[in-house]
Design a protein around this ligand. Structure first.
Ligand code: AMP
Ligand code: MG
Length: 354
């Protein structure tokens, strides 16, 4: 398949942008697939109400088809059509955080095919905060099913470069647009609104505290951090290995000086064997490390900066053929909780505590 790469340039006039997005919308309406930017990561979109489109998404990603897709909408009226009812708490959260990086799970209506929901009676819905995404969704008929636009198992793409690397030849079109300085860089928070006490299934930029401040008590799925838990994850996708670089990543936790010493000992041993190494560290610490590739994640008190760079670092390590990577550990509060969740998954839960 020939993939059309359509660039939307910063400062391009409205009509020209709109014409390109209308063309992308036609592709979706005709059952095709289009990768598009959002404020979290790039999405791989298809018509959410067309079972064949969902099948194509799974095929393009190489993703197991029991892993449900998120339905992206641009207008509240559209929500009513795809869910059985809109609970009061959903309205409150939508008012507070949509458009934005929050996905809510509700009971699906009959028009949503089971192929889109991975066989479930529930559907995950989000209204993304990126202006290009909103126009594209409206031009597509209002309902765009999309997982992240990476091959299954790889880190989610935050730039068109990595979408092209994974999806060129596999989908109809890639919309290449500047994600904006507000770019969040990790996937949306997912909250299940069907349980009596709403349950966070995947942490993200919208934190549990932010959600609870609007609707009161919420829970967090225990499987998010506890790898040893025997319970199956409530968000089906969470059981799959995700976000992983090709090499081996280890998280190192402890006093700063001990962390530096440990990492430098390890990178030295690898260097002696001719193996390439990488380090992800905070700005305050970065000059102390010795490795082939050293990534500055931002200040330790700026978790948004770490979130925004994390997936790019993992992809760059792959490009640089890094075999062994070490990352500092980050504070598990607020957005830091989402950062640590993704980092632990990328590391396959390998964590050294000093
Ligand atoms: P993404 O990881 O961004 O591709 O988003 C898809 C993820 O959303 C899936 O892997 C699931 O973890 C989650 N998800 C989507 N729909 C549902 C649902 N109905 N119930 C629970 N989790 C869901
Ligand atoms: Mg994904």
């Amino acid at each position: 398949m020939k993939t059309q790469i359509v660039s939307l340039v910063w400062g391009e006039d409205k009509e020209s942008k709109h014409a390109k997005l209308a063309q992308a919308g036609e592709v979706i309406k005709n059952g095709g697939l289009v990768a598009f930017p959002t404020e979290t990561v790039y999405g791989l979109g298809g018509d959410a109400l067309n079972a064949e489109s969902a099948k194509k998404i799974y095929a393009a990603k190489g993703r197991p088809s029991d892993n449900p897709l998120i339905v992206h909408i641009a207008d509240m009226e559209h929500l009513e059509k795809i869910v059985r009812e809109v609970p009061e708490n959903v309205r409150k959260l939508a008012k507070a955080f949509w458009p934005g990086p929050l996905t809510m799970i509700m009971k699906k209506s009959d028009i949503v095919p089971y192929q889109t929901t991975g066989g479930l009676d529930t559907v995950a819905v989000r209204m993304p905060g990126h202006p290009i995404a909103l126009i594209f969704i409206r031009e597509s008929g209002g309902y765009v099913a999309a997982p992240s636009a990476n091959l299954s198992g790889k880190p989610s793409p935050t730039t068109a470069k990595y979408v092209i690397q994974d999806m060129d030849g596999r989908i109809d079109m890639i919309l290449d647009a500047y994600m904006g300085s507000e770019n969040i860089g990790i996937e949306s928070t997912i909250v299940d609104m069907t349980s009596e006490i709403p349950m966070i299934l995947r942490p993200g930029y919208i934190t549990q505290e932010m959600i609870s401040s609007i609707i009161g008590k919420t829970d967090t799925d225990v499987t998010i951090f506890d790898n040893a838990s025997n319970e199956p994850p409530k968000a089906p996708g969470m059981k799959y290995r995700h976000y992983a670089p090709k090499g081996e990543l280890v998280i190192v936790e402890g006093e700063p000086q001990k962390v530096v010493n440990y990492i430098n000992e390890q990178t030295k041993l690898h260097a002696q064997k001719g193996e390439k190494t990488g380090v992800i560290g905070t700005s305050e610490m970065i000059r102390n490390y010795q490795a082939d590739s050293i990534k500055d994640a931002g200040r330790h008190d700026d978790m948004l900066s770490v979130a925004g760079r994390l997936y790019t670092f993992l992809r760059e390590f792959d490009d640089e053929n890094i075999a062994y990577m070490y990352s500092e550990s980050f504070a598990s509060e607020g957005v830091g909780q989402a950062v640590m969740n993704r980092l632990l998954k990328a590391a396959g839960h390998r964590c050294v505590k000093l």
